[in-house]
Structures are given as C-alpha cells and as structure tokens.
Design a protein around this ligand. Structure first.
Ligand SMILES: [Zn+2]
Ligand SMILES: [Zn+2]
Length: 366
C-alpha cells in the first residue's frame, strides 16, 4: 500500500514546490529528534519530502504511486539521510550563538554556507593547491641591551621534520603507491548534504593526494614527518622591541614530500631595565640632582646603554628640565640612524637641614 506523502506532510496535491518546502521545514523543526520529537515521525516526514521535494520524483509518484513505492524500497534511491548531516554542518559553520535550533536556517542560508566553504577562510586544501606545513609560534626573552644592539641566540623547539626513512613520502620503502579507491584518484569526495546536493571536500583517505602507499612507513606511520627537536641560531636584529616577532621562513612544521614548510614566528620579550625606558627608538631616563647642583650647575654622571657619560648641568636648572643626548638611543631596525636619549632632571629638595644650612637658605631667600 502506497503511503500518502501528501497526507504525511499535510499539503494539497496541487501544492507548489515552495509550499512543500516551507511545510517541510516547519515539520522538521517540530519533529526533530534532537528537540524531543518522534524519530519515526521524522523519518516518515523525510521520506515524504525526499519524494515530493524533488520535482522529478514527485511527478513519478503522482503518476505511478504504488509502482514507484516498490521501486523505492528496492533501492531506487537513497532516502534522505543527508539532511541530518546538513544540519550538523550548518551548525558547525555558525559562528557564535544563534545555534539554538539546528533547523532554524532557511534555504537562503545555503548560499552563505557555500560561500564560507569556497571562499575558503583558511587553508582549505585542494588537490591543485600545494600542501603547506603549519606555522609555529615560539617566544624568546632577551635583555634590554640585546634588543638595542642585537645578538645571536640559540633556541630549541619542536617541529615536524621529514621522516628519514621514507623521505617524507609516507610509504614504506619498496612498497608501491596506488590510486586511492575512495576518491578514485581525484583527491576529492562529494559530501552529501541532502536535497541531492553535495559539496567537494578533501578525501579523508588520501588527504587529497589521490594516491596512497600500499604500505605505510613504519617509522612515521605514513605521515611523512616526525616530531623532532631543533636547535636554531637566530640573529636578533639591533633595535627590535618587546612584542615584535621575527619570522623565520620555512622553519615551521614540514608536511611531507613536495610540501612547503610553514614558518616560525619568534616573539620577542624584552626584560625591563630599571634604568631605561624605551619609547620607540628613543630612550628615556631620569637623573636626580641636588638642590645646589641645580642652582650652581655642575657635572653629573649618567647611564646610557653604552655605559656612563658625563652630563653638564647649567646653572639654574629647573626640575623637569629635559636634556637630549643625540644618537644615544636605539638603532633603527634594519636601517641607518639611531634615536636619542632624553634625560629628565629631578631636583631633590633637601628634607633635613642643619641649623647652619637653614640659616644660609634664609639668607638666600632674602
Ligand atoms: Zn616515514
Ligand atoms: Zn582519496
């Protein structure tokens, strides 16, 4: 006995494709098992829609009814399993909230989802695109002076490197490479998302290569790479600042034979120095002078990144006065020239005076 698909969906025999589609979404929403709906009912609805939602099948169904039903159960076509995948899939692509219902999307969302996939926000590997190893992020802490003048540093880090046994091919030496059965050598499979639609995705069996070895390399288990510790001497350029990073091309993970390695990003942390503050390529320091030095002038010794130098204090220097030492700042990264050092003068006002000092100051006041 033929099931009445129109009755199951609750639509008229002459309902438009649009109406059928709308009612299907409504029902799917109501009866979805994830939302506490009845699974059997949902199955029935899916079955009805798989026929009525497809113009060709609907026509067949209208014309032949029972015959068609028979053909279907004998495996004429593959039901409607895809939809569930699609909802999970849609959910996975939803960023942020708004995923309170796996069926809340409308048909128009398809465009967005495809857009996301094909514009490829990230590294969606396809057969034509070269594989690339992942980048690595690492950190190194250097002294204040090393940031100013540069240095050579040795770092240790873990990275995937080509397997020595198989040379990165992933195949056991001597074993044959054969065409991948799953994708027939194309490197891509069509993932069914329902509605008779599929989208191309990387073959899970050969990772898009289209072929795979008969026997995987025992050392790397077919990955072509092995995690190893690498010692690397890195040149720290003069003038680098805290928070900046050095990119070492090709020092990231390797991804097997014929693939480009990723890059290593070495983030620089600079240990602070109590004497110096850095402001871009300038160095800011403070120097305390005494009350009398301020009034009478004199020479003081100040710290620069190159050691101590003498600074002449003119008579009558005020607190807050800033002196500049040209060219005693930070070298411009990768270029010529150097910043300056600025010294802010702080006049220490005496807090404890002897009787004599007080008298002298009184005299000065007059
Ligand atoms: Zn190997
Ligand atoms: Zn494959």
């Amino acid at each position: 006995m033929t099931k009445d698909y129109y009755n199951i969906l609750g639509v008229a025999k002459n309902a438009s494709a649009e109406e059928i589609r709308k009612i299907y979404y409504k029902l799917a929403h109501q009866h979805h098992p994830h939302k506490g709906g009845d699974e059997a009912k949902m199955k029935e609805i899916n079955e009805a829609y798989s026929v009525l939602g497809n113009p060709e099948k609907r026509q067949q169904y209208d014309q032949y009814g029972a015959t068609f039903e028979q053909a279907r159960t004998q495996g004429g076509f593959g039901g409607f399993e895809g939809f569930r995948d699609f909802s999970d899939f849609a959910q996975a692509f939803r960023s942020g909230g708004n995923n309170n219902s796996s069926f809340s999307f409308e048909f128009g969302d398809l465009g967005d989802i495809f857009g996301d996939l094909f514009s490829g926000g990230g590294r969606t590997r396809t057969k034509t695109r070269q594989r690339q190893g992942a980048d690595i992020q690492a950190e190194i802490t250097i002294d204040f002076n090393e940031a100013i003048f540069g240095n050579q540093k040795t770092i240790n880090f873990e990275r995937h490197q080509l397997c020595q046994i198989c040379g990165g091919k992933g195949a056991e030496p001597g074993s044959k490479v054969k065409t991948c059965q799953t994708c027939g050598g194309t490197g891509q499979v069509l993932k069914n998302i329902g509605f008779g639609l599929g989208f191309p995705s990387v073959c899970p069996d050969c990772q898009g290569e289209g072929k795979k070895p008969e026997k995987f390399c025992h050392h790397c288990r077919g990955k072509g790479v092995i995690n190893q510790t690498e010692n690397l001497t890195v040149k720290i350029p003069a003038g680098i600042d805290h928070g900046q990073a050095i990119r070492l091309e090709g020092k990231g993970h390797e991804a097997g034979k014929g693939s480009a390695a990723g890059d290593l990003y070495l983030k620089i942390r600079v240990r602070p120095d109590a004497r110096f503050k850095r402001d871009s390529f300038n160095i800011i320091t403070k120097a305390e002078i005494s009350f009398t030095q301020a009034a009478l002038g004199g020479k003081i010794e100040i710290d620069t990144v190159e050691g101590k130098v003498n600074l002449k204090i003119p008579e009558g220097t005020q607190s807050g006065k800033i002196f500049k030492l040209s060219g005693k700042g930070v070298p411009h990264l990768g270029g010529r020239g150097r910043g300056d050092q600025f010294i802010e003068i702080i006049v220490k006002t005496p807090t404890r005076l002897s009787k004599k000092q007080r008298e002298l100051l009184r005299e000065l006041e007059d």
